[in-house]
Design a protein around this ligand. Sequence first.
Ligand code: FES
Length: 658
Amino acid sequence: MSESSDTSTPENDSGSDHQWHKILEVDELAEGRVTTVHIGHRSYAVTNHEGNFGVLDNRCPHQGGPLGEGSIENGHLRCPWHGYDYDPTTGQPPPPFDDAPVCFATEVRDDGLYAALPNDPVRVRTTSDVMVETMVNWGVEAVFGMVGHSNLGVADAMREAEDRGDLRFFGIRHEGAAAFAADAFGKLTGRPGACFAIAGPGSTNLLTGLYDAKVDGAPVLAISGQVPSKSRGRGAFQDLDLSATFNDVAGYSQTLFPDSDHAEITSLACKTAIVGRQVGHLIVPDDVQIIASDAPAGAPEGRVGSRRIAPPEDVLEVAAKRLTEAEQPAFIVGAGARDDMAEIIALAEHVGAPVATTFKAKGQISDTHPLGCGVLGRSGTPIASWFMNESDLLVVFGASFSNHTGISDYKPIIQVDDDPMALGRFHSVEIPVHGNAAVTADMLRAAVPDGACGDRRPEVADRWRIWREEKANRRNDDQTGGLSAAAVFEALGNAVDPDAAMCVDVGNNAYSFGRYFEVTNQTVLMSGYLGSIGFAFPASMGAWAAVGDHRQVVSVSGDGGFGQYAMELSTVSKYNMNLTHVLLDNQELGKISKEQRSADVDVWQTSLHNPDFAAMAELFGVDAHRVDEPQQLSSALRSALDHQGPSLVTIRSDVALL
Ligand code: FES
């Protein structure tokens, strides 16, 4: 017997807390059978035993087993979980037991079986509502996660918030994708992205994306359901010590207890994410989530100071003198200066200095700007490395000096950062300046003479001319074995909106994107220090949640990265996310093959056995395009980008044409 739901109008028994509901047609439940009926928010086990009907609370008094999924054996309704027996019509257990499910009055009428059932309980505000209202006040507007066994109380509070228009919830297919989506939301907006999981495996699945947020300083709030307090620490089902598990990844991880200050703890988790640029993590046991509470929600007002701190005057004076005396300074900007570019570019124009970026900061100055030199380092252009090598002073804003960027430590360096720990992180620098990049740039502009370092614009233009000639040569390489990265990223650059949000993965596709794709005003997101394969596609979901109604969202990956979260095709289709994923499919972990070759070892276990990803995407209802020949590329990209909804462009790529 299948389950059924009541759609009949209840008879209101005036003044009563019960109402008569039609449960089933009289002949709908055969003799000796049991079924489940849902009325309002409650479920009931309905039995037919020896011509008599019974309607019982569906929850077994032992551990809540679903009695409607049980069976009638030897005259008893047997619970499917542990076999406790109850009378099918009265709910009474056989002696010596006395725990009985609640049993409701029934009537067989001409038109069906009726039962007098309790009214739906009035929803009361809970600790979960306090937490969710607090999150919303701190700027959480989108949550990615999976609703499950141990987080239903918080989920219900999120549902309420979504009904009020305060929050959007996106149910993903794997919590790893939820963490990357939240991470990307935080990286793009500076506001907290949020992810949500059950106890045990759901929460452990979050960890990689949360580590990415940690090492790249992205604001992320993570919420874990937890097993009930009385089961905690006893090795119960899905009972992990989540405090210990998240201790390393989170800047703040707290379990909420019944008497906790739920608003304050949630506020501190949000503040950790926003102010500390770390992961804030909350662990909420099942029983705590549903405790009634009328506590006010927390809020950020008066609890966050300005980041626009000025450097000390004496340090600024030394830095200004050094910059004035330099003949060929070069600027390098990192992702930490993402919000400070107007002031930095104004300073560069004032003194005439070329500006390169780290890979994470790609796009913070347009490649069309007369002083823009593109990316420096392993994913970079020869323009950027030329100007670094020619310089007699490097002025570095908000960069973390990774070895991938390779900022020359033998050069004299002025380093500006608002994080004192970032100054001289890997080696000493000549002038460490603790201050906000925008404020410092403005102060330097006021202190350094106009045109102090000459005009490098003609030299920048000449370097771009040389590089573009080289790129054209590479674009025209023989592509019979698959398209070249130079061709792909030139076509993408011509097709994509100038202000798109772009998520890139790791591997050859990312190196080539850094090198060949010419940015205008796009924002580029990546898994920087963690370098996690699989980042780009779930990250595009987070980017879409942040800006999707206003800006194009494009992600780029290889087939190795896309394969990690390909099932999220289901998610992007379900929510009709307006994003385009560009997939360079070379049937190989190409970067690893290259590393094996350069290490003089055999290329081993790096081939990939792929499906036709475009056909797969179509099965999910995603607009899909397959590009096998160069002449198909531009139209496929433009068609995908024009599509209002999720699109996938798979491109047959030549692993040798990087
Ligand atoms: Fe029904 Fe255990 S839950 S017997």
